[in-house]
Design a protein around this ligand. Structure first.
Ligand code: COA
Length: 143
């Protein structure tokens, strides 16, 4: 497994391929919520297995607030700590760029995955018409 961190022009094609499979095809998320303009300014993490994208996440900041989003692992690669590896690479990138606090919005059924990485719920869950329940979560990085 090789984990790369880079711009949308470097990694966007591989990341979008996996996001399409996981969020649009598997979960039915509208395309415009996945392949959005934020991708152009975000930094992308992609884990490659045998040259194929196995997992991805994106990272971006506004002011002092850092966020991680669109965390996805290929169906056949789940529960093998690939998602954890991509999250650790994202957290490392943020820490090395001076980030002290990371926010994300978790689908309720995967909160346990983020809790294993020391994220904690930090607000009210939001219920969407689509059926998704999203929980805000936060990780404070030690100085
Ligand atoms: C959620 C997701 C990213 C997890 O990736 P993964 O590679 O399967 O997870 P890992 O194997 O790295 O799991 C790391 C730890 O979290 C746990 N974990 C993984 N998924 C979990 C879940 N849904 N609920 C609770 N714990 C979970 C694992 O058991 C493991 O624990 P351990 O260290 O005690 O063995 C993956 O299932 C996925 O892509 N799902 C579809 C897309 C999605 O829902 N993305 C999240 C959007 S918020």
């Amino acid at each position: 497994m090789e984990i790369k961190t880079g711009t949308y022009s470097a990694l966007g094609k591989a990341a979008d391929e996996l996001r399409r499979l996981v969020f649009i095809d598997e979960q039915g998320v509208p395309e415009e919520e996945v392949l959005d303009a934020l991708n152009l300014q975000a930094v992308h993490i992609v884990a490659f297995d045998g040259g194929k994208p196995a997992a991805t996440a994106r990272v971006w900041s506004s002011g002092d607030v850092w966020r991680i989003g669109l965390v996805a692992v290929a169906k056949a690669k789940r529960r093998r700590h690939v998602g954890e590896s991509v999250m650790r690479a994202a957290i490392k990138y943020i820490a090395s760029n001076g980030g002290r606090e990371i926010l994300l919005t978790a689908q309720q059924e995967v909160c346990g995955f983020y809790e294993k990485l020391d994220f904690a719920p930090c607000g009210e869950a939001e219920v969407f018409e689509s059926g998704f329940v999203l929980v805000p979560m936060k990780l404070c990085l030690s100085p």
